[in-house]
Design a protein around this ligand. Structure first.
Ligand code: KG4
Ligand code: ZN
Length: 354
């Protein structure tokens, strides 16, 4: 029997298997990561090799450099993950991999490694969306968390509100019409000459500043669940450039604080609007910007007033990691979804919800 036909049978048997061990691979951007996750909730290993220090000198991720570094790192990370989990190759029931969204060259390293490994171990290959992985980061962070909930997805590539009725039943309620919130954070950081990645730097700097500037998020989407961050980003960039041209002093921490205050107000108020509209009192934050301290603080305070319970991933699962991919893969396997052939390829974009 061919590899794929054998795996179709194995894949369907996994639905009823008591313990399912998934080895998962993530290489969509500048983190090479391999994890081993049992039953979608128990992280046996999560090895993450970050390339941040390599890309910092360029002020952002250089795709070609990212791909090369994934290639040199991935085999060692695989061995490290097996050692950390204390399991044998034979214990792996499936290999999962991020196939998109992300940098195609970077993704291809993970996808090809996953294909080779799945074939060698003769186990099913599961194709996982990076974006859904970010949601599943919450399942390994909060063992009690189950759908239904509203998800506020805030990453470098996506900003959206989703209704999650079940692990694989997601409806898009609203999304950004232009920039993702992570992009806006990174751009504002750049104009303030802060190192890459800019989000955490703005988060730190804002703590020393005051809300001196009234940067506003576009009001045109006020009555919707969509977002727009390009206007506020341009407003900040113009203010900084104009001040520099006139030789005027600006305090970067006040700029960071004012920007962060406005965008976090927007994110939290729309998330609460979504919960009320959908009549759901559970809000789950997902994605790298979910690490933002003010966003978490405001979400907790404002949601408590509305009787909404807030979940966000523990810090190490907020930004890119493969444990979240292993968690998502488990729930896909249980619903009979995601089985890929060895023709699987990388996709720069993936759809959100249905
Ligand atoms: O989810 P993620 O790791 O990658 C994508 O899937 O896009 O998100 C990366 C984004 C970057 O824009 C980064 O600046 C931002 O998350 N980020 C933050 C913080 N930590 C990471 N933004 C604001 N505050 C933070 N503490
Ligand atoms: Zn991500």
């Amino acid at each position: 029997m061919s590899y794929y036909n054998e795996c179709v049978e194995k894949f369907h048997k996994l639905k009823d298997k008591k313990d399912v061990v998934v080895l998962s691979i993530e290489s969509s951007c500048d983190e090479t990561s391999i994890a081993i996750v049992k039953n979608g909730r128990e992280v046996l290993a999560n090895v993450v090799a970050s390339q941040i220090d390599i890309h910092r000198r360029f002020g952002g991720v250089v795709p070609e450099v990212a791909s090369r570094n994934h290639i040199t790192a991935i085999s060692n990370i695989y061995n490290e993950a097996l050692n950390e989990a204390g399991i044998q190759k034979e214990d792996i029931d499936a290999v999962a991999v991020t196939y998109g969204a992300g940098l195609v060259g970077a993704l291809l390293v993970g996808v090809n490694f996953a294909k080779g490994l799945a074939y060698k171990l003769n186990v099913p290959l599961i194709a996982v969306s990076h974006v859904y992985g970010h949601i599943a980061a919450n399942y390994i962070s909060h063992l009690d968390l189950t759908p239904p909930f509203v998800c506020l997805m805030v990453s470098g590539g996506h900003t959206a509100l989703l209704r999650i009725d079940d692990y694989n039943k997601m409806t898009l309620l609203g999304s950004t019409v232009d920039d993702a919130i992570g992009e806006a954070f990174d751009k504002v950081a750049r104009v303030l000459n802060l190192p890459y990645p800019g989000g955490p730097e703005i988060d730190k700097l804002a703590k020393q500043g005051e809300k001196k500037y009234n940067f506003v998020v576009s009001k045109s989407l006020k009555n919707t669940l969509d977002f727009s961050f390009s206007g506020i980003k341009t407003e900040v960039v113009n203010l900084v450039h104009n001040a520099r041209q006139k030789g005027e002093e600006i305090n970067p921490s006040d700029v960071a604080c004012s920007f962060q205050e406005s965008v976090t107000d927007e994110l939290v108020s729309k998330a609460i609007r979504a919960c009320k509209q959908e009549n759901i009192n559970k809000l789950v934050i997902a994605g790298g910007v979910g690490a933002n301290s003010l966003l978490k603080q405001k979400a907790n305070a404002n949601c408590e007033r509305e009787g909404i319970q807030v979940y966000s991933p523990v810090l190490k699962y907020c930004t890119d990691n493969s444990a979240m991919i292993g968690a998502m893969a488990y729930y896909m396997i249980k619903d009979g979804l995601g089985l890929a052939t060895l023709d699987l390829t990388a996709k720069p974009n993936v759809n959100l919800g249905v």
